[in-house]
Design a binder for this molecule. Structure first.
Ligand code: NAD
Length: 304
């Protein structure tokens, strides 16, 4: 890959994604406000930035993988941000999950500076980011720009879905995460009820698997996290709360009602007000069991 790439935001997802790019032979410049997050990348040969300016000024592709709309706004648009230092003709590839309305604004600001903006938020979970098996929802109407970022996406994932023009990737992500986060809450409630009425969780997972109740939160996430007694993130309840907020805000903008999702969002608000904020989304199960005053279920047999 001949491109000069800067990667900003090396957290649970961005950290392993950047490592997979380095492993495919691209020497990255990297930046995270938490300096220790850069250490694994430095060990693999990445160049650490002291600030955004020296991270991006020699790059022609800048990748951002940051928690929220506010973070992307400050990193990209503030006077000391990416747009002040990136060269015209370069590409900003935002992979964060943020408000679609702000993605549209960013695209406009980039156009004014002759920068190509692409939104490519990420599907699947941290384990996929680590193994290089992520899914990307890409909003990009410029095929030349897409060709430049395609090798990076291939280094980080296995599935690239082109959703349409700029902004369509983030719209797809917000709608899809709305399903994921709502289903996680339904799964937590169902498993709490299963526990309370005395069902065996090992048997219940087979029933779920064999019927239309089948869902990835139960079968992929809960079974590999909370049900194995691991509630460390993963995808935090805080981030899921943010994503539900993005879906509800977007639905309000377009006059679409999300009554069931809005109830699920209320649970996320409560769960994040205490000790579960930074725990994995599957910890919704422990939160629900706490309220029901029962021991949370745990898997006892090996899972396939
Ligand atoms: P994270 O909180 O683990 O990582 C974010 C990183 O950004 C942190 O290392 C933080 O220090 C850094 N950061 C914050 N502000 C910064 C700034 N001003 N300058 C430089 N670095 C800064 O979050 P994550 O789980 O990696 O998620 C990142 C994005 O991906 C979010 O939008 C999230 O919704 C989305 N996402 C997460 C998952 C998941 O399973 N965790 C899956 C798909 C998508």
């Amino acid at each position: 890959m001949g491109e000069k790439v800067a990667f900003i935001g090396l957290g649970a997802m961005g950290g392993p994604m950047a490592i997979n790019i380095i492993k495919k032979g691209t020497n990255l410049s990297v930046y995270d406000i938490e300096k220790e997050k850069m250490l694994p990348h430095i060990q693999l040969g990445a160049v650490p930035g002291n600030n955004i300016r020296d991270t991006v000024e020699n790059a022609n592709i800048v990748v951002t993988m940051l928690p929220s709309t506010e973070n992307v706004k400050s990193v990209v648009t503030e006077p000391s941000g990416v747009l002040s230092y990136i060269k015209p003709g370069s590409i900003i590839l935002d992979m964060s999950t943020i408000a679609p309305i702000f993605t549209d604004e960013l695209n406009k600001m980039c156009k004014e500076k002759n920068i190509d903006f692409i939104d490519a938020p990420v599907g699947r979970i941290v384990s996929h980011a680590i193994s290089g098996d992520s899914l990307f929802m890409v909003g990009c109407d410029n095929d030349n720009a897409f060709k430049k970022i395609e090798p990076l996406l291939n280094a980080m994932g296995t599935t690239i879905i082109r959703c349409g023009k700029v902004g369509s990737g983030i719209r797809a992500k917000v709608v899809n995460n709305f399903q994921i986060c709502s289903i996680a809450q339904i799964t937590a409630e169902a498993l709490t009820l299963a526990q309370k009425v005395g069902l065996d969780i090992n048997t219940f997972k087979e029933i779920n698997k064999g019927t239309t109740a089948y869902n990835g939160q139960f079968q992929m996430n809960f079974l590999s996290k909370v049900l194995k007694n691991d509630i460390e993130p993963g995808f935090t309840i805080d981030l899921a709360h943010k994503d539900m907020g993005l879906a509800i805000e977007t639905a309000n903008n377009f006059r679409v009602g999300l009554p069931v999702g809005s109830s699920a969002q209320a649970v996320y608000s409560q769960a994040r007000s205490g000790k579960y904020a930074k725990k994995d989304i599957s910890a919704l199960l422990d939160y629900a069991c706490e309220i029901a005053e029962i021991d949370p279920p745990r898997i006892t047999k090996s899972i396939d």
